[in-house]
Ligand binder design. Structure first.
Ligand code: ADP
Ligand code: MG
Length: 304
């Protein structure tokens, strides 16, 4: 599989601030890749450097084999980027803006069929003649997604595309992006909604403070870091306190339930026996699998 995007030892400093602090990353062609991490982790900085909007302090970045700095034109043509910030030209309506953008990429009339399809799939048909500055936030984002797609780039990068977008469009947008991925487009998505990433991305990199803390297929990450959790609802006769014997088993209290992180399967016996001894009744019992959110919490806690 060829490499669609490569970052080699990339750093980006703003004065003393290390926004990106030594990242090496290879995203293969055809992947649906998630760049995950909390606010300030460096996701947008990575993407802005890919778009040529920010210059790396050190390191090399390439898209479809083209160096972002030395082969700027080719690199720029290979990628469609939806920035996190809603930046647009206030004088154009949606269709004009899309035609103009297509023209910038050297596309002519023959491209109109594709532009119309993009407009339709993003539910922008009714707004095609509306001026950009008159659109709501969610509509602006749709238009900017369309703008990134006009030249049908092999690599599509979306920086927090669902921020401020309603649930219905979110579903539609993902259907469209999944179709593009099935047609061979490489997709890179940043999000702090880990649930969304878990559902969509086959590989992810988790960032924290400008560094990659984990990178793998979503499946492997879940397998490597997953734990079984036991969720119990308990009826206490006396004080609402766990028997001391099992207090050492890692657990948290969520609403009215205790969630134990099981290290071994025998932990279950230990828990139920200790509860029985202390005459605490189990009202409800359930096992829960961990998700990317748990993986991320574990990784960031152990790295502190
Ligand atoms: P994310 O997209 O993961 O939320 P960013 O890449 O936007 O994170 O930001 C990473 C860090 O770099 C943050 O601390 C942010 O404040 C800082 N930063 C980003 N852009 C600039 C800039 N143009 N000037 C100074 N600091 C910046
Ligand atoms: Mg960001």
């Amino acid at each position: 599989m060829k490499t669609a995007i490569s970052y080699k030892n990339v750093k980006k400093f703003y004065g003393d601030l290390k926004a990106v602090n030594g990242i090496t990353l290879n995203i293969k062609e055809g992947e649906f890749f998630g760049l995950l991490g909390p606010n300030g982790a460096g996701k947008s900085t990575l993407i802005n450097m890919l778009a040529g909007l920010a210059k790396p302090s050190t390191g090399k970045i390439s898209v479809m084999g083209y160096d972002v700095q030395n082969n700027y034109q080719e690199a720029r043509h290979s990628v469609g980027i939806v920035p996190q910030e809603l930046v647009f030209d206030p004088f154009f309506n949606v269709r004009e803006m899309l035609r103009f953008q297509a023209g910038y990429f050297g596309k002519g009339k023959e491209n109109d069929v594709w532009v119309d399809e993009v407009i339709e799939r993003l539910d922008l048909t009714d707004k095609a003649s509306t001026n950009m500055r008159k659109l709501s936030g969610g509509m602006k984002r749709r238009a900017l997604i369309a703008q990134a797609l006009v030249h049908k780039p092999p690599v599509i990068v979306l920086d927090e595309p669902t921020a401020g977008v309603d649930v219905e469009l979110r579903q539609k947008l993902w259907e469209f992006i999944k179709d593009l991925n099935n047609d061979g487009h490489t997709i890179v998505l940043t999000t702090h909604y880990l649930e969304e990433a878990q559902e969509l991305c086959n590989s992810v990199a988790m960032l924290r403070a400008g560094k990659v803390v984990a990178m793998d297929t979503t499946k492997n990450l879940l397998r490597k870091f997953a734990t079984k959790n036991l969720k119990l609802k308990l009826n206490f006769k006396g004080e609402e306190k766990l028997p001391q014997k099992i207090d050492h088993i890692p657990h948290q209290i969520v609403e009215d339930a205790f969630i134990f992180q099981l290290k071994r399967i025998t932990d279950i016996t230990e828990i139920t026996e200790a509860l029985k001894e202390s005459r605490v009744e189990i009202a409800d019992i359930q096992t829960v699998d961990s998700d990317l959110e748990d993986v991320f919490l574990k990784l960031t806690n152990s790295n502190k």
